[in-house]
Design a protein around this ligand. Structure first.
Ligand SMILES: [Zn+2]
Length: 301
């Protein structure tokens, strides 16, 4: 049995995973504004709850940020920089602890699930659409991390020339145009009201401004998907994250994709996440079982 934690900027989900199944879980509000010691205290409480009376092998944590497997290097949504989170957890529980980027864990979870139905699957991209955009890249059946573990930051590829500043310091990144930030910002401009992204999505049938914003958002998602397919030629792109279930998104972004991607790549399949909220937990579980987290520890030491 292992503990899988999905440590996100808004919510944290702590899960107990046994033989590839989530058997117990608890969610708490992360509240990054209260500081890192608050997050660690709440994290420990949630781990204590799921492991009560059980013996566990390891604790695996997916973070919304970059990590070398042991240290959270940069996690702006968690307001954390250079935190030796794995050592803190290891000294408390006397169990191995590994960290992974959350979009990588999501993608690997979806990959293992899809490959169980299609043995020829070896190249895939997972994209999570939410407050920002994350991605995981699978090449030849393994997670591609880049030389310093920061591959897959596709939310920061440049897709516009509006000169809009991103939290990363650059301008016109994909996630400024294809995330909940975009939906809120555009709806304020078009609909003259402050609503969150899900509220805008619910209004598409009755409100012209909402429909316009969601159509534009879907097209912008499609722009990034075209770029990803043109560069990586994956067999499948999986869409996940809080915004992936918006009704019009899927059909509209796939339409845009088919029209604009290079002709040989029109056969790239775009699918919605099958595992939903459990994808990250299962991804961590399989990365651990396939020794992909331990390898990471070796290569970073
Ligand atoms: Zn950026």
């Amino acid at each position: 049995m292992i503990v899988s934690v999905d440590l996100g900027g808004t919510k944290t989900r702590t899960m107990l995973v046994d033989s590839g199944k989530v058997v117990k879980q608890i969610t708490f509000l992360t509240e990054p504004n209260k500081g890192r010691s608050y997050i660690i205290k709440e994290l420990f409480k949630s781990i204590n709850y799921v492991i009560e009376g059980q013996s566990i092998e390891a604790i695996l944590i997916a973070v919304a940020g970059t990590t070398d497997g042991k240290v959270v290097k940069e996690a702006p949504n968690l307001k954390i920089k250079n935190l030796r989170l794995a050592s803190i957890v290891e000294s408390k529980y006397k169990k191995e602890c590994f960290l992974e980027n959350d979009a990588n864990a999501f993608t690997y979870g979806e990959f293992v699930n899809l490959r169980s139905k299609n043995k020829t699957l070896s190249n895939m991209v997972g994209v999570t659409l939410g407050t920002g955009i994350g991605a995981g890249i699978i090449i030849n059946g393994t997670l591609y991390r880049g030389f310093n573990f920061s591959a897959g930051e596709v939310g920061h590829m440049t897709i516009s020339s509006e000169h809009r500043k991103c939290s990363c310091g650059n301008y016109d990144c994909w996630e400024l145009y294809a995330s909940s930030k975009f939906i809120r910002r555009q709806y304020l401009k078009e609909g003259h009201r402050k609503l969150d992204a899900k509220e805008v999505a619910q209004l598409v049938k009755s409100d012209k401004a909402a429909k316009k914003v969601i159509l534009e958002f879907s097209k912008n998602v499609g722009v990034g998907l075209v770029n990803l397919a043109n560069i990586l030629a994956p067999q499948i792109i999986v869409l996940g994250g809080g915004l992936a279930n918006i009704d019009m998104l899927y059909s509209q972004s796939v339409n845009y994709f088919k029209k604009h991607v290079l002709p040989p790549l029109r056969e790239v399949k775009i699918v919605k996440s099958h595992l939903g909220k459990e994808a990250v937990a299962l991804g961590l579980f399989h990365l651990y079982k396939n020794n992909l987290l331990k390898d990471k520890k070796k290569s970073s030491s």
